[in-house]
Ligand binder design. Structure first.
Ligand code: MCN
Ligand code: CUM
Length: 796
């Protein structure tokens, strides 16, 4: 007699199953792009511009062609003859593949050399003679719109200046009225600096064009292989069925591996021209100087308040510095991404947001880095503003948040900027956090410490994030709707293979997707192998970013399992010789309602699908599901940090950090905690130490690991994680919400708010990230804000 299975024992929903992928990763048996060697493979290196803005007077590659072992030198001029000097971006702009007329940022791709080995290719790059005529560089939005500013994109018709867009959303008149009625208006101005995801593995590709079969295979570091296939088919006009994109193991993506980069395009063209496999592996400085930049946004805003603490309205203005090309990889029709998710957790009657995007002589920026398309800026600004407003009102910062939260019974809630949030228990999360950190006691300690000249501070940050792009009504990439997929094949012995259109870069999909199948079908998770990333075998999907995998592909996994279960039920009825209506399901087993002892396991049904199906039934036990989510999922979190600041040096230490995350039902609690810890570490890094800036000539300062710091276990503080609040998403088949980015999104404001709270006696309202000790010291000593990048003068 079979019995219902123990869900945790079979690695189902809620099991902290060890990550199956780690076995090969920690044994050094992963298979990354750079691990792949193909017969006859050549190597490509890129020559990058040393200048940020310059006209190209000439490129002479003759010395490079003469270097022994060089097979091909690609220049913009050659790309232009194939109409490939420029490529379209996902934001409907164009981006240079190899520069023809001008270089527009330091590190821009100017030429490529393909040679027998990477060292020859690198040396030959240096034998390319490029004559530049330097032009003045623009490195911030103030300079971009100044009178007489040089036009960066003079390649474009109808582009008389450096403005990319002016965009707005919300209710201007209603917001104006709110400000007229306000007792207090609170203002804040800040800069969210450029940041870089900096995954361990850089970007790379191996293109392999086979003239005999006309098939193009590309192994590459992409988070979204099917989108790349579509882009190659459309841009290079190659037949889609003869393109195979394979993402092997990826050593961290964090958004860096979503866009299409010139290196991919050049390696593909080189392989087609040479009919040999061509490998390009970006080096660390190439990665840090040219790909994956995020943020770089100036926010200047105000909040209308009633003196009892009620928020009446918000006005937000954002200036986004996009760099030389508008190449945000984001799927919404909103120019500034989901920035207007700001304040979604608060019940605010009116809001108006204006945004302006400008070009500069910096690498393309705005790529999402562990952020659902500008949500990081939105939540950072929101929580900095909440603290400033509470301070201006003289109301306790926790209380001020609580009184303005969207209440549990208000869901689904329509925000002032038009989003529909799905569910949450915001006040409960805050309470858990305050209790864990010992809020009241800390306030007393803080007051006592101050008397001794010690500066203690406590910072709160909350975040809600629109995750799961997206429902096809509102989200698309170049017109392609944003659903995702799962394909499940159950073999006759009850073992299975699951394929999805997403692509893990470290998130653990091979582990968690199998857990969803285990939950739905009662097949032990270890009997389900998960495969992603090969467009020849995976069902069409939009890839992994914006923490969309669980909300979208995870839902598809549940749905395809249910399709399989429906067929298995018919097989069970046949095996048990009763009608389908008399069959009941419990985990792993169908049984006869009136005779619960008589049942069959799901594995027995699988065998029957191949060996003993009823007459007229199609054999096999396989299916595919495509899932178009009805809405985004909206996880919520509260992060609380306590710090001690040394006023003599500006050095600050984290005393405690508490994280309360509600991402709905957790598939694998251990993986979720890993995601949160990783995100908090990145949040700490951004707020405390990471700095990439540009000097007056547009030189990228910080494009190396001496200046751009990655936190190690040594400097990263400990985190206390709380999982007691669970609000299932009402529209997700298993109630799960995304989690991958939450801590990186909401974390930074908690650290900054803690330092600002510690020094609140000085009257300083803001210090921009990173809160390096010298900035904190300067703010305390001179009692001044450090807000917005200082204007960069030519004589700086
Ligand atoms: N999960 C879960 N229960 C939930 C939600 C998620 O068990 N309620 C699990 C998922 O099944 C998955 C992981 O947590 O194994 C993350 O899921 P999800 O939130 O859906 O995010 P994605 O899988 O779509 O991952 C993308 C997200 C993004 S956008 C960035 S950027 C980021 C991040 O994940 N990059 C990462 N986390 C990363 N972690 C690693 N190790 N490497 C990266 O490059
Ligand atoms: Cu938002 S960075 Mo992630 O989307 O790959």
């Amino acid at each position: 007699m079979s019995q219902a299975l123990d869900e945790i024992k079979i690695g189902g929903l809620g099991a902290s199953r060890k990550r199956v992928e780690d076995d090969r990763f920690i044994r050094g048996r992963g298979n990354y792009t750079d691990d792949i060697t193909l017969p006859g493979m050549l190597h490509m290196e890129i020559l990058r511009s040393p200048l940020a803005h310059a006209r190209i007077k000439s490129i002479d590659a003759s010395r490079a062609w003469n270097v022994p072992g060089v097979r091909l030198v690609l220049t913009g001029e050659m790309m232009a003859t194939r109409n490939l000097a420029w490529m379209p971006t996902l934001s409907y702009d164009t981006q240079a593949v190899l520069a023809t007329d001008k270089v527009r940022f330091q590190g821009q791709e100017v030429a490529c050399v393909i040679a027998d080995d990477p060292y020859i290719a690198k040396d030959a790059c240096e034998a390319i003679d490029v004559e530049y005529e330097p032009l003045p560089a623009i490195v911030n939005p103030v300079q971009a719109v100044a009178d007489g500013a040089p036009v960066i994109r003079d390649d474009k018709e109808n582009q008389p200046d450096n403005v990319i867009y002016n965009w707005e959303v919300g209710d201007k008149a209603g917001t104006d009225r709110a400000f007229e009625q306000a007792d207090v208006v609170s203002k804040l101005k800040l800069h969210y600096p450029r940041s870089h995801p900096s995954p361990i593995e850089c970007c790379g590709s191996i293109a392999d064009f086979n003239r005999a079969t006309s098939k193009l295979t590309v192994y590459m570091t992409t988070q979204a292989p099917h989108i790349i296939r579509a882009a190659v088919a459309m841009v290079a006009e190659l037949p889609e069925h003869l393109i195979r994109i394979v993402s092997p193991d990826i050593g961290g993506g964090f958004g860096n591996k979503v866009p299409v980069y010139p290196g991919y395009v050049c390696s593909i063209l080189a392989s087609i021209l040479l009919e040999r496999p061509v490998k390009w592996i970006e080096d660390k400085s190439g990665n840090l100087i040219s790909t994956g930049f995020a943020r770089d946004m100036y926010l200047d805003s105000e909040m209308a308040l009633r003196k009892d603490g009620k928020i009446l309205g918000v006005r937000i203005h954002a200036d986004a510095d996009h760099g030389a090309f508008f190449s945000d990889a984001q799927p919404s029709k909103f120019k500034i991404g989901l920035l207007h998710s700001a304040f979604a957790a608060y019940d605010i009657p009116a809001g108006h947001l204006t945004a302006r995007g400008t070009y500069s002589n910096k690498a393309p920026g705005g790529v999402a880095y562990r952020c659902s398309f500008r949500v990081t800026e939105a939540m950072f600004f929101q929580e900095r503003m909440m603290q400033a407003a509470a301070f201006d009102l003289g109301i306790d910062q926790a209380e001020f948040r609580r009184m303005n939260f969207v209440q549990d019974e208000q869901f689904p809630y329509r925000t002032a900027f038009g989003f529909l949030t799905d569910s949450g228990q915001y006040a409960k999360c805050l309470d858990v956090g305050l209790k864990a950190v010992g809020y009241e006691e800390f306030r007393q300690q803080q007051a006592a410490a101050r008397k001794r000249g010690k500066l203690l501070g406590l910072g709160i940050s909350t975040m809600t994030e629109p995750l799961g792009a997206g429902n096809s009504r509102e989200y698309d990439i170049l017109g392609i709707k944003m659903f995702d997929s799962a394909d499940l094949k159950v073999h006759m012995t009850g073992k299975a293979i699951l394929r999805t259109g997403t692509k893990s870069q470290g998130q653990g999909h091979e582990t968690t997707w199998a857990q969803i199948v285990a939950h739905e079908l009662g097949l032990p998770a270890e009997d389900v192998v998960v495969e992603e990333g090969d467009t020849d075998t995976a069902p069409f999907g939009m890839g992994t970013y914006a923490s969309r995998s669980t909300p979208v592909a995870g839902a598809a996994v549940a749905m395809v399992s249910r399709k399989i279960r429906a067929k298995a039920r018919k097989l069970a009825a046949h095996l048990l010789e009763v009608s389908e209506e008399d069959i009941e399901w419990e985990l792993g087993r169908f049984y006869i309602r009136s005779a619960p002892d008589r049942g069959v396991t799901i594995a027995e049904c699988a065998m029957a699908a191949y060996a003993n199906m009823p007459d007229g039934m199609e054999p096999g036990l396989e299916n595919t599901a495509y899932y178009d989510p009805p809405n985004l999922t909206w996880p919520f979190a509260v992060y609380i940090v306590t710090v001690e600041v040394d006023p003599e040096t500006g050095v600050w230490d984290v005393l405690n950090m508490v994280a309360v995350d509600d991402c709905g039902v957790r598939i694998n609690p251990m993986i979720v905690e890993g995601q949160i810890m990783g995100g908090l570490t990145e949040a700490y890094a951004m707020s405390s130490m990471q700095f990439i800036t540009f000097d007056a000539e547009g030189n990228c300062v910080g494009s190396n690991y001496m200046d751009y710091l990655l936190p190690t276990a040594w400097e990263t503080p400990g985190f206390e994680l709380h999982s007691e609040v669970v609000t299932p998403s009402p529209h997700h088949p298993i109630g799960a919400k995304g989690i991958g980015e939450c801590a990186a999104v909401g974390g930074p404001a908690a650290f900054v708010n803690a330092v600002m709270d510690a020094i609140s006696g000085t009257g300083v309202r803001n210090i921009d990230m990173p809160l390096l000790p010298d900035r904190v010291w300067e703010a305390i000593t001179y009692r001044r804000d450090i807000s917005g990048a200082p204007p960069v003068r030519a004589d700086d």
